[in-house]
Design a protein around this ligand. Structure first.
Ligand SMILES: [Zn+2]
Length: 299
């Protein structure tokens, strides 16, 4: 299998033609590595935009790509044809830093009406979790390419960051440094229909205890000190993306504010718990309030 480390630059702006925001691709860069991760060749092309002829000032500042640079480039369908020819027929794995590039490709192909254009991609690997695993940091969407390269001991300042080919070169170095057969096998996907359903799935927070996806035992939590189940002493309340309640550990005698974060992901629901021990003062207020409520209910 060959590896195609790819990076896109896009102009995210309101398109006067579409009448909405559109992330229009303006540059594609890629590096092809062979089975042994050796450099084979690279690809770089600017793209003449069709739906928004003005590059936003943010993108201009970031990429140094001007409207004039794009005027005499080629349009996306033609560039994709060249890119597909450049790739060849061999089995490949497309590698990008985060799935954003794949989502933008899908969005562009749809708007341009280029059907089955994603067929150039046989497998896919997201470089972000692969590198995070290699540098043993917790996978974090905030991790930038520069941070990742730094974490892997790669020097890159002579390259012009935020241009498609140069970012592909940095990414290719990160990929080669982070690669092991074992980590790669856990992050590679066959680019089939299921993969595209997965990559386009939008995670969302669940904050309603009545939601059927949240089964009652999932609302239980345990004491961070002794592991015993906590007894809930207040009603659940929803705040920002969490479900919160006051809880008490009968074994330790500690009061906690428990925050439950439920997220619906492609593979199912995930739960994160944050139990913050309450200070004596906070506990006193809660107890007083609880007593007051109880009294009120009794009367
Ligand atoms: Zn406890």
């Amino acid at each position: 299998m060959k590896y195609v480390i790819m990076d896109l630059e896009w102009n995210g702006n309101r398109s006067p033609i579409l009448g909405r925001h559109f992330n229009e691709i303006i540059e594609i860069g890629a590096v092809l590595l062979d089975e042994s991760l050796n450099y084979v060749k690279d690809f770089s092309a600017l793209i003449t935009p069709k739906f928004n002829h003005r590059v936003s000032s943010r993108v201009k500042t970031l990429t140094h790509i001007s409207d004039a640079d794009l005027r005499y480039a080629r349009e996306l369908p033609e560039v994709i044809d060249h890119f597909t020819d450049w790739l060849g027929e061999d089995d490949n794995c497309v590698v990008t830093f985060g799935t954003g590039d794949i989502l933008v490709l899908l969005e562009n192909f749809e708007v341009y009406g280029i059907e089955s254009a994603m067929q150039f991609m046989k497998h896919y690997c997201d470089l972000q979790p692969l590198c995070a695993a290699a540098i043993e940091t917790k996978f974090d969407f905030q991790l930038s390419l520069a941070d990742t390269a730094g974490g892997l001991g790669i020097e890159f300042d002579e390259l012009d960051q935020h241009r498609a080919l140069d970012d592909s070169i940095i990414s290719a170095e990160c990929f080669a440094a982070a690669y092991s057969a074992e980590t790669f096998s856990s992050f590679v996907y066959r680019a089939d229909e299921e993969f595209f359903r997965r990559v386009t799935f939008k995670n969302y927070s669940l904050t309603d205890t009545e939601n059927e996806a949240i089964e009652p035992p999932m609302l239980m939590s345990s004491c961070p000190v002794c592991g015993a189940y906590l007894k809930r002493t207040s009603a659940f309340r929803q705040k920002s993306s969490s479900i919160r309640a006051e809880c008490f550990c009968g074994k330790c005698g500690k009061e906690y504010e428990v925050r439950l974060y439920f997220k619906m992901k492609y593979d199912g629901i995930s739960k994160r718990v944050n139990a913050e021990e309450k200070t004596a003062a906070e506990t006193e207020t809660t107890v007083t309030a609880a007593t007051a409520t109880a009294t009120a209910t009794v009367t």
